[in-house]
Design a protein around this ligand. Sequence first.
Ligand code: GTP
Ligand code: MG
Ligand code: ZN
Ligand code: ZN
Length: 411
Amino acid sequence: MTTLIIILIPVFLAVGIFYYWFSWDIYDTFVKRRQGADPVCASCHQVFEIPDYICPQCKTVHRDLTKTLEHGFFYHKCRCGKRLPRYFLLGRWRLSAQCPHCRNSLGIHSENLSYLVFPIVGGTSSGKTAFMNAMIVSFVDEVAKNRLILKFPFSEDETLLARIQEQGNKGIPPHKTSERNPRAFCMHLTGPKLKQGKQIYLYDPAGEVFEKDDSLGRFRYYDYMQGVLLLIDPFSIPYLNRLLADGLKEQEQTFQVCREEIENYYGRFINGLKGISQIKEHEIHNAACAVVLTKSDAFGLESRLGEIPRQNLMKKMPGLSREDAMDHLCREHLKYWGMGHLLELIDEQFRVSRCFSVSAFGHQPAPAMPFTPVRVLEPFLWLLNEASPDLGTLLKKQPPILEKQPPMHRS
Ligand SMILES: Nc1nc2c(ncn2[C@@H]2O[C@H](COP(=O)(O)OP(=O)(O)OP(=O)(O)O)[C@@H](O)[C@H]2O)c(=O)[nH]1
Ligand SMILES: [Mg+2]
Ligand SMILES: [Zn+2]
Ligand SMILES: [Zn+2]
């Protein structure tokens, strides 16, 4: 009896270890642990452990391919006869994959991938779409300089980029966004110096969703985002809005100002965030918050929040980096304009925050005058660095380009 037990123990152990290594846990062991996050659907925003895989021969959808063992141990035999690899190491990642919830394609589905998710938050006409468009166009150029390989997992995003570039060259402002719960704009980055692929998701909903208390509960990506781009239209800040009332009235046909006060939509955003991510009342959210003051070309704002005042401040305070100097300038102005309390809230509620000033157009839009975006990459590169320091370091290696002062407009 004792001899039998002595023989059986190693047999059980061997079977256990064998099962562990060759069961679906291998996914965790070799890939998921490296990846650090579950796949995310760009369309319905759900997170899931394993996508559905599609047979390349008969297009049958296979759920839980990695878990079902009855049709084979290493390969799953499809009803058409095709053998589908069950394990990452056997090439499962080459199969087309789709979201198990909404069945939309996952586009590029390499299994060595991490997801960097950044929603844009801002009221109607705060400049979200103009900023996102300028940021994407500038990012594509930046990536080319850094020998990173950029792909678009979904062809519609590539088409959208071409349209944005064309409209930017003609100086045409974006249309108002109608989609309230949009799919993400996706970019996929790899490169010889990047150990792990990055899938970047940007979300730009219509500003109306921030005007109602209950609209944000559907935004599942608030739960797993690594950073947020919180947009503030400076001209919607009551102090500036009153000060420039006449000029704003005169230009209201061509220059739209966000009607919603930032403190209102920030409050709704935080409520939505708390509801979804279930963080407690005084808990700090682990994401980074980039506070972005838009439209710096308008009404002479560039002379207060632009390159020249930044350089002047850096001369006065030699220890300040370029980023710190811009943060300092923006914070001082926001406090002066009565937004000190908002800054305190942001600092309390997020792991880290930083302020930026940008112009998506570089000047007031005029026919056939191409947009010349100003500093639009700074908030994005900062967020990327906060979310993924390996990517941030690669992008930082490029020395910053000193911007030209954009043409000044009426102040
Ligand atoms: N001068 C100037 N105007 C800007 C800039 N960015 C946005 N605007 C103005 O703000 C308007 C609204 O910009 P959008 O980017 O469409 O704003 P949005 O936040 O996406 O608005 P919704 O889609 O309605 O939520 C534009 O049509 C311009 O009039 C900028 O960089 N400079
Ligand atoms: Mg928009
Ligand atoms: Zn098949
Ligand atoms: Zn989905």
